[in-house]
Structures are given as structure tokens and as C-alpha cells.
Design a protein around this ligand. Sequence first.
Ligand SMILES: Cc1cc2nc3c(=O)[nH]c(=O)nc-3n(C[C@H](O)[C@H](O)[C@H](O)COP(=O)(O)OP(=O)(O)OC[C@H]3O[C@@H](n4cnc5c(N)ncnc54)[C@H](O)[C@@H]3O)c2cc1C
Length: 389
Amino acid sequence: MSYDVIVVGARCAGAPLAMLLARAGRSVLLLDRSRFPSETMSTHWVLRQGIDLLAEWNLLNDLFATGCPPITEVRMDFGDVVLSGVPTTASGATAVTCAPRRFVLDNLLVRAAVEAGVEVREGVAVSDVVWEDGAVVGVTGAGFTERARLVVGADGRNSTIARAVGAATADDRGALTATSYAYWSGLDVSGVETTIRPGCGVSMWPTHDGLTVVGLVLPRQDFLSRKQPGEQIYLDSLAQFDRLRGCRVESRVRVATNLRNYHRRSHGPGWVLAGDAGYHQDPIGAHGISNAFSDADQLSRTILRALDGGVRIERGLARYEARRNADRAASFEFTCGQAALRPVNDFDHVLSAAAAHPATASELLGMFVGGRRIEQFFAPANLARMIGG
Ligand SMILES: Cc1cc2nc3c(=O)[nH]c(=O)nc-3n(C[C@H](O)[C@H](O)[C@H](O)COP(=O)(O)OP(=O)(O)OC[C@H]3O[C@@H](n4cnc5c(N)ncnc54)[C@H](O)[C@@H]3O)c2cc1C
């Protein structure tokens, strides 16, 4: 049998994309080498754009029904300035976010895909793509070959599909941080709390089962030069953090030191990349899940228009990639700056204004939670309005 679309990777990019295509009546095969529910490395804070898409897909209420606590307050400690309040969207509404455990969120997405009619195969690793006349026409793995009109690589940072099609890296700023995290109990955290110092960032937010995710971000080179186990560096660094005194670590510490900031050429004859496979930013800004959702949303529209004969598929995919890159350009630059963990000098005026005016603080916090676009927030006219010229 040949499918309309084969999607490789069934988490934040792949599962909703498959679901949206199947909801529109398309035949979709979704393959993942993992089985669900299962964990993956992530501190899993879903920003406002991601929350909006979950709501649009009718999955947000199901997610909250799993016991995932909604987050409405944010506290950001920059040292001289501490901002605390309710972040707002551009329309002035409270920017609600949440941080579901990935074994909950990803399983919910996969089950929604199944419900929509997607054929899901778990525990199946794709090893290569199948070529015919210069175009990708399917995928292959141990004991199977499947064919489709389009193959989507939604298979994460180390994408097999990207490697198989030779997708070139278009922009690569390298890995800037070492990010480690664990789950803690005994912490009274109802919102997002971050503490940012030159050369160090600590963040925490509530998740399922009364636990709090506590993340530590250090410059990658400093981290690697310590030549200690990552878990030790995490625990030693946080031992000096008063907020955690008397609290307990309830999980193993997970460490990532190879989080490159890049985007890849993301389409070609018969193939396209979605989520981290095509575009990756350091998780310091927590954009990954929302970006993966956004790719699923945009790509599903593009693919459906092409399969319905409305536009040539190559043209549609080229537009998808160009739009994605343009849409994320400001966020990419801002995230690379955040990930460099430099002192926040160029940010001082905005911080002072935010410290003096609660409404400006809400706007700034709203920008950090994805309720406001970065380029609009930093637009000269907006800066002039907030800081008075
Ligand atoms: C330490 C850390 C903290 C993070 N914190 C946040 C955060 O707070 N908020 C946020 O928004 N983002 C965060 N992220 C980023 C976020 O986790 C990713 O951006 C997001 O998971 C990307 O989703 P995806 O579907 O593109 O890829 P993935 O989630 O990586 O899923 C890819 C899937 O493809 C499957 N796969 C891979 N290769 C194959 C193959 N050959 N055959 C079959 N299946 C395959 C894998 O099994 C996997 O299930 C963090 C990341 C890290 C590393």
C-alpha cells in the first residue's frame, strides 16, 4: 500500500501533523522507534503559541484534565531588577502556559493521531529513505519498506531523514549552553521562576504530581572544563541556591551539552523536515515544543493544499520553509543571545522601565512566555513607548 504521507517521529512535530492530515481524510503512516507513553529529554514548558495550537486542535482541555497545573504567574530575577507578575498577550489577556511531563503530552498527541485515523507503528526505527528518479518515495528499516507521496522527517535533532536526504545546515551557531534538570519535591512553586546571573541561569516551574522541574543552564565550555560528572555539577551549583533548601531531588539529573542552534535546508523532492529535525534553538527560551506545533500546523495546511491540487508541492514546501525561517529570525537571534549568558546590558533600559511600571513588566513577561512576538516587543516604536524615548 502507498500512503499520502509517511511521518517519521511521533512527538511534538510528527504526531499533530499526522493527526491534522488524517482529520482531513488523508492516509498517513506515523512511525517512531519509541513506544508511548515514554519520556524524552525536555523541561517541557509550553509557551503561549503552543497552548493556542493545543486549544485549536481541541486537546488543551484533555491536557489540563491530566492534572497539569496551569501557569499564570512569572517571576524573573535579573539581580538588580526582579520582575514578578501576570504575563499578558498582545490583546491584554493573561498568557496562560503549562509544563506537562512529556510522557503525558506526547502520549496524548499520539492517541489523538490514532483517533483521527492515523496508522501508528511504535518501536519501529527507520534507517533510510527510498529514492526513485531523484525523489524520495518512501522509507525503509529492518524488515519493512513503505511508500508515500511525501515523507516527513519529524525525527528530532539527530534526524535520520535529514541525514539520508543530505539536508545541508543553513545556519549553525553551535552549542552554547549545558542544560541540566531534575524533578524536585517540597517546593512551593505555582508559576515560572527564573534567576539569571552572568554565566548562570536557574529556572523552575510546576508539573504533574506536585513536582517542580528545576533547570540549570551554564556556559557549555565552563561546564565541560570542570571535568566532573554533570549530575555533580548540577547538585553542587544548586546547593548554594537558598530557594531549594530543605527540598528533595526525586529523579535522576539529566544533562544535555550538545544543543546546537541551527536550521537545515528543510525540503526537497518527496521530503520535508518538521520540528527539531529542521530548526533548533537552545531550550533556554523554551521555544522547541511550540515551534514543533507551529510546523505541524503550517505544514499540514501546505500539504493539504498541495494534495488537493491547489498548489505544486515543491512550491508549497519552499514557502513553508521560507516562512518558518522569517517567522523565527528574531527569536533565533534573541535565543542565541540568551544562550550566551551574557550580562543583560543592552536590556537595562527595558528592565528599569518594567521595574517601574507593572504594565510594562506584564508586557515583558508576556514576551518571555510567548504571548507577544519578540520583534514587536523590541520594535523601536514599542521601546520608545515603554521607556519614554
Ligand atoms: C534539556 C532540554 C530541555 C528542553 N526544554 C524545553 C522546554 O522547556 N520547552 C520547549 O518548548 N522545548 C524544550 N526543549 C526542546 C523540545 O524538547 C524539542 O524542541 C521538541 O521535543 C521537538 O519535538 P520534535 O517532535 O521535533 O522532536 P523530538 O521530540 O525529538 O521527537 C522525535 C521523535 O523521532 C523519533 N525518531 C528519531 N529517529 C527515528 C528513526 N530513525 N526512526 C523512527 N523514529 C525516530 C524519536 O524516537 C522521537 O520520538 C528542550 C530540549 C532539551 C534537550
